[in-house]
Design a protein around this ligand. Structure first.
Ligand SMILES: [Zn+2]
Length: 139
């Protein structure tokens, strides 16, 4: 299935985990990068799907429902976790948006701090940041 990428994004092999989402242009600090798109599913369905997957492509919206980027995603579902991320996620009126935490240059991998995920708390982090907390979830 061909991925319809949001403008300014590219999917490439990541040094952090599997494939990652990379900037192909500059995103200035606090500017919007893209919206998270995907199939809208219940949290129950999200948990069920997350269990069978190695890479998490599901985004939980305020504990109300989830978006599964593996279906209908625009590349933002490849954004990896980092303990020292260059982007952050914000939920606004049921939409999930990514913003630049600092200036992001073309070629940089876009990362956010997942903080809480459907993954077990024991899931190790390999982001390589100096302040890496060693787990993906904040526990
Ligand atoms: Zn880390």
């Amino acid at each position: 299935m061909k991925l319809k990428l949001a403008p300014g994004l590219a999917i490439k092999k990541s040094p952090i985990s599997g494939k990652g989402c990379f900037a192909t242009k500059t995103f200035e600090q606090r500017k919007k990068i893209a919206e998270y798109t995907g199939e809208r599913i219940s949290d129950f369905e999200a948990l069920k799907r997350a269990r069978g997957r190695r890479h998490l492509r599901i985004c939980d919206i305020d504990g109300r429902f989830s978006l599964d980027g593996a279906r209908g995603g625009n590349g933002t579902h490849y954004i990896n976790h980092s303990c020292d991320p260059n982007a952050y996620m914000k939920t606004m009126h049921g939409h999930v948006l990514f913003f630049a935490r600092r200036d992001i240059k073309a070629g940089e991998e876009i990362t956010i701090d997942y903080e809480q995920t459907l993954l077990p708390d024991s899931r190790r982090c390999h982001c390589g940041a100096q302040n890496c907390r060693r787990t993906i979830n904040k526990v």
